[in-house]
Design a protein. Structure first.
Length: 86
């Protein structure tokens, strides 16, 4: 849901020309879409409690992107509530 550019731009021709499909990978973005990080912190016992140097954490909560990510996550949560989904 969060990173589809490789799938939709780079691989689109393979799916269209060869009629291939794909299985979704990392559907909750390494835990980011579970809701537990929506306030921008890493709750105790989660994968980012101690490891904040990894690529996934930096991509979403690193310097210069954290505020945007938190806003997006909360907007997604609000939308899910509207749809009565999780």
């Amino acid at each position: 849901m969060l990173r589809r550019d490789k799938f939709e731009k780079d691989f689109h021709y393979i799916f269209a020309n060869y009629r291939y499909g794909s299985t979704i990978w990392s559907p909750v973005a390494g835990g980011i879409l579970t809701g537990k990080y929506n306030d921008g912190t890493s709750p105790e016992g989660t994968r980012f409690t101690d490891d904040t140097s990894g690529a996934t954490f930096q991509r979403y909560f690193g310097e210069g992107v954290k505020e945007k990510t938190v806003k997006m996550l909360n907007e997604l949560a609000d939308y899910a509530k509207e749809l009565e989904c999780t």
